[in-house]
Ligand binder design. Structure first.
Ligand code: AMP
Ligand code: GLY
Length: 428
């Protein structure tokens, strides 16, 4: 099969790395890719939302399977675009259509979906600028912390947790009236705060059947000890010690099955990933959010633990043929650490020369924000590399990843040294 991966992050590098191992895989193209993907696939300079150019490219190169990495093209309707074109409609695609992608694209849509299908989630109410007074009245009845969520996509920044009613009122006004997140905050959810520990659960579905991939835990804050600003993700571990078989069973029964059945009932033909952000509240799962894609950096910890031929699984999902497939999971532990540019998630510099990449290491080095210039690899984003260590224990995997991270350098390099540490002595 010829495969086109859309995206340019560490997630896409890890997907390519895994698909490259498949006997079903001929050529892999990545639009637009990064310096890492160019080592194992062919980068093509097409933007992720340029559907016309992506479609033409698929026809020119006989692409059989398109794997959409990020949410943007899904929410913008890349599947609908392909399905509506007589020449493109038979190309297999991993990723839902515009309506299915609303599970991620609109937090109001996903909240109403969860309510309709009895999926456990935090209580919430949605407001817009025309009912700000009602929003204020509602906030007056809420016990802090109060969670405010912009309805639309806000690059991971749209959730604000307020510690007082007064602060929540100021924030919601900022969001609704001053459009803090643009159109994304024209509706805002006021949500009950869930106190617990999070786990990311990844489902691959063909719209009827599903498989559950290895779970992971993401570390979102920039600072050690989970302090400081939110980022796209500073690291991930898989497996997650508190995601025991009995907890995962609860997630499957109470969340995954009703979600898939809900999609079927509503006539939403969903072929792709559903990444469910789960809060473990005293041993009970609650859905924090749905995403219509894999996580980044979770993918970099999850892929090395899947033993299956991944192209076979993806093609089955895209064809509607997942029935009977099972995911075989490697018992090893994986720990991924994101190496970022100094200043991220605020302002940072790019174009710094990365040294140490040529060394022979045991860990896997996935590129995120990198580009090639002559024979150099330069930094080209906030999250620059994602390194994954593997081992028989979390400790071994941590030792491997940090040994490799210490061999890489650029001016301004920063990473968290505590990824996975909380789970080494976590007592549920
Ligand atoms: P989201 O963009 O929905 O993933 O939210 C970003 C982060 O905010 C989540 O990963 C949680 O850590 C936190 N969060 C979101 N909703 C809640 C909630 N209801 N209670 C507590 N924390 C939340
Ligand atoms: N790591 C969180 C995400 O991909 O949304």
């Amino acid at each position: 099969m010829n495969i086109l991966v859309i995206g340019n992050g560490g997630r896409e590098h890890a997907l390519c790395w895994k698909m490259r191992q498949s006997s079903l895989c001929d050529q892999i193209f990545v639009a637009p890719g990064n310096a890492g993907t160019s080592l194992i696939a062919e980068n093509v300079p097409i933007g992720i939302n340029d559907f016309d150019a992506l479609g033409k490219f698929c026809l020119e190169k006989d692409v059989d399977l398109v794997v959409v990495g990020p949410e943007g093209p899904l929410v913008n309707g890349i599947r609908d675009f392909f399905e509506q074109n007589a020449l493109l409609k038979n190309i297999l695609m991993v990723g839902p259509g515009k309506i299915g992608a609303q599970l991620e694209g609109s937090k109001d849509f996903s909240k109403q979906f969860m309510i309709r299908h009895h999926v456990p989630t935090a209580k919430a109410r949605t407001f817009n600028a025309s009912n700000l007074t009602e929003a204020f009245d509602y906030i007056s009845t809420c016990k802090p912390p109060i969670v405010l969520k912009a309805d639309g996509l806000a690059a991971g920044k749209g959730v604000i947790i307020s510690l007082s009613q007064g602060e929540a009122k100021a924030v919601i006004k900022e969001m609704l009236v001053n459009k803090k997140f643009g159109e994304a905050s024209s509706k805002v959810l006021i949500e009950e705060f869930l106190n617990g520990i999070e786990v990311s659960v990844f489902v691959l579905t063909d719209g009827k059947d599903y498989v559950i991939l290895p779970e992971a835990k993401d570390y979102k804050r920039i600072g050690e000890g989970d302090l400081g600003l939110n980022t796209g993700g500073m690291g991930a571990v898989s497996p997650v010690s508190f995601a025991t078989p009995s907890f995962m069973k609860k997630i499957e029964e109470r969340v995954v099955k009703p979600t898939i059945e809900g999609l079927i009932q509503e006539g939403i033909d969903y072929k792709g990933f559903i990444f469910v952000g789960i809060m473990n509240v005293g041993g009970e799962p609650f859905v924090i959010e749905y995403n219509a894609r894999m996580g980044d950096p979770e993918t970099q910890a999850v892929m090395p633990r899947i033993k299956n031929d991944f192209v076979d699984l993806l093609a089955a999902a895209a064809k509607g043929d997942l029935k009977g497939k099972q995911v075989e999971i490697d018992a090893h532990h994986a720990v991924t650490v994101a190496l970022v540019s100094g200043g991220y998630p605020g302002e940072y510099k790019t174009g710094k020369s990365i040294v140490g990449l040529e060394k022979d290491v045991d860990a896997l080095i996935f590129h995120a924000g990198t580009k090639k210039q002559n024979n150099n690899v330069l930094t080209d984003g906030g999250r620059v590399l994602a390194i994954t260590g593997k081992g028989n224990s979390l400790e071994e995997a941590r030792a491997q990843v940090y040994e490799t991270a210490a061999q890489v350098y650029w001016d301004g390099l920063y990473y968290r040294k505590d990824i996975g540490q909380d789970l080494m002595n976590y007592k549920g």
